[in-house]
Design a protein around this ligand. Sequence first.
Ligand SMILES: [Zn+2]
Length: 151
Amino acid sequence: MIPVSCPNCGFGFDAPDESAGKAYRCQKCGKSVQVPGVPVPPGGAAPVAVGAPVAVAPAGGGAGGMAIAGMVLGISALAISFIPCIGWIAFLPAVTGLVLSIVALATAKKAGRSKGAAVAGLVCSTVAIIWIPIYIAVIVGSAMHAVHTLR
Ligand SMILES: [Zn+2]
């Protein structure tokens, strides 16, 4: 929904997203109100009192940075898990990456950011968390098997 304020009567209401950049009928006085949105450049001919609420995004790279950190940690965890013997330490970045990605995903919508990086981080971390025990089990299993065959 797009917050709109009627220039005629001052009534504030939410216009549907589909009406972005188009005229929308005021719910109070029935006058046509220009809804801010993509088709109309902000500050253009739109006679809207409330600037461009769509463009309002919180400053700082909080969510975006977290999503990227989560993705990097997830990928690192996968890479570390391939190192024999110490692969289990990949759990640390994997779990951290998962937590960061979940937080990034939860705040992405509020911060008006794309969920791409957060989802990628979530997938990488989850794959790492599932993959590491399997990989370790295979290594331990084959090591046990090797010990048995040596005897
Ligand atoms: Zn009105």
